[in-house]
Design a protein around this ligand. Structure first.
Ligand code: NAP
Length: 386
């Protein structure tokens, strides 16, 4: 294995990927070839990583996954041990409770020096179970790609799902650094950004920024629904704001049942904190005292990167004034590509016909954003750090 350095420094694609991606010549197993597992399979095969990508799922799923070229070959769950036996890397991509159930068998059957990882949305329960069945000659690194969609199953798989997404890694304390760094390098090859944290940190942060919003959306829509049914509240009045705020109330329960089961205490803590915060707003609502709360929320909301997926991970942004003429964006992109600068996020903020507009671009690191300002400035653009 090759040893990467600085695995969790914010990856700047300016540095490029000089070496072959890890696991390029190995067998890789994906257990549970659904949305996430299928997307991993497509990403691996698209990048040419892995001598072969083997799936473990139900036969129907395996047939679909082979048809989509997300895997090369498949095994049913009855043959789990055979399916993973030759794999140097095993991704567990089933629902969380099923991952917990399979971990002992997977860790028991994995080949010597294999790296076993998972994609479950909560980490503490999975990492503790892995630790309870740890083997000296098999490595475990918990993982959570902060990317997904409201669709499920391999038919919704997308090879670019992980592009620009935070990919949380929660290694066990005794996982050697070089193994974690190797895995971080693979994550970068997917276009994702590895972020190392403890399972406890992950679960508390996920409770705050992902699980609490789901509970809020579900409870708000349920409350409004009851008022609609009981009092005839005209729900048709609900406009953009309500729809934006409650989009995730359409999430299916199956995945959330496992998240709630395995992260109940942090979710309760966040609900309590939110109730306190809402209660403070309640007291101040008719006293003209909400100005500060609005200003603070405006500022924090403005810092959330628009298109980057995952935990708050602000990009370093620049603003460029562009004329309204064909090919401007292409020229900007070519100018940056000429210096090997990767744009992580791009958005046209405002354009008036004939007057041009402002283009916002996000980069992974400050030096990268500064270099972009310098290069584009030399190319004649009016450009500044945001
Ligand atoms: P999915 O599309 O429904 O895929 C789940 C896979 O697990 C399928 O291959 C499924 O089909 C298999 N499976 C095995 N036992 C199952 C069971 N009892 N119930 C349902 N499916 C079962 O779900 P996903 O979105 O890929 O989620 C998979 C994992 O990724 C979960 O642990 C989730 O927490 C995590 N995750 C999800 C997202 C997201 O937004 N969707 C984001 C990050 C992480 P077969 O039985 O046919 O093999």
């Amino acid at each position: 294995m090759q040893h990467a350095t600085g695995a969790f420094a914010r990856s700047s694609e300016v540095d490029g990927m000089a070496n072959d991606p890890p696991f390029a010549k190995d067998t890789i197993a994906v257990v549970g070839v659904g949305l996430i597992g299928g997307s991993l399979g497509l990403a691996l095969k698209g990048l040419g990583i892995g001598r072969s990508v083997v799936g473990v799922s139900r036969q129907e799923t395996l047939d679909a996954a082979i048809g989509l070229e997300a895997i090369d070959a498949g095994y049913r769950y009855e043959d789990l041990e055979t399916g993973i036996r030759d794999a140097a890397l095993v991704f567990l991509c089933t629902p969380i409770v099923r991952i917990l159930g399979m971990l002992p068998a997977v860790l028991g059957a994995a080949r010597q020096d294999a790296l076993v990882t998972d994609v479950g949305s909560t980490k503490q329960a999975i990492v503790s179970t892995a630790a309870a069945h740890a083997r000296d000659d098999v490595h475990f690194v918990g993982g959570h790609p902060m990317a997904g969609s409201e669709h499920r199953g391999v038919s919704a798989a997308d090879p670019f799902l992980f592009q620009n997404a935070i990919y949380v890694l929660t290694p066990s304390p005794d996982t050697p650094d070089f193994v974690v760094e190797e895995f971080a390098r693979l994550v970068r090859a997917f276009g994702a950004r590895p972020m190392k944290m403890t399972p406890r940190e992950h679960d508390r942060a996920a409770a705050a920024v992902s699980h609490l919003p789901q509970m809020m959306a579900t409870s708000l829509v349920s409350m409004i629904g009851r008022m609609t049914e009981d009092e005839g509240l005209p729900i048709r009045m609900a406009a953009g704001g309500f729809r934006d705020l409650t989009r995730i109330a359409s999430s299916p329960y199956e995945m959330w049942r496992d998240i709630c089961r395995t992260n109940a205490a942090p979710i309760r803590e966040m609900i309590d904190l939110y109730m306190e915060s809402l209660s403070a707003i309640r007291s101040a609502v008719d006293r003209d005292r909400l100005e500060q709360a609005f200003a603070f929320a405006n500022r924090i909301r403005g810092q959330i990167p628009r298109d980057s997926k995952g935990f708050l991970h602000p990009l370093h942004e620049i603003l460029l004034l562009a004329e309204d003429r064909p090919g401007v964006i292409a020229h900007v992109a070519r100018t940056l590509a000429g210096e090997n600068i990767n744009i992580n996020d791009i958005e046209v903020l405002n354009v008036r016909e004939g007057e041009g507009g402002t283009i916002r671009m996000g980069f992974d690191s400050r030096p990268c954003a500064e270099l972009a300002v310098e290069v584009l400035g030399k190319a004649g653009y009016s450009v500044r750090m945001r």
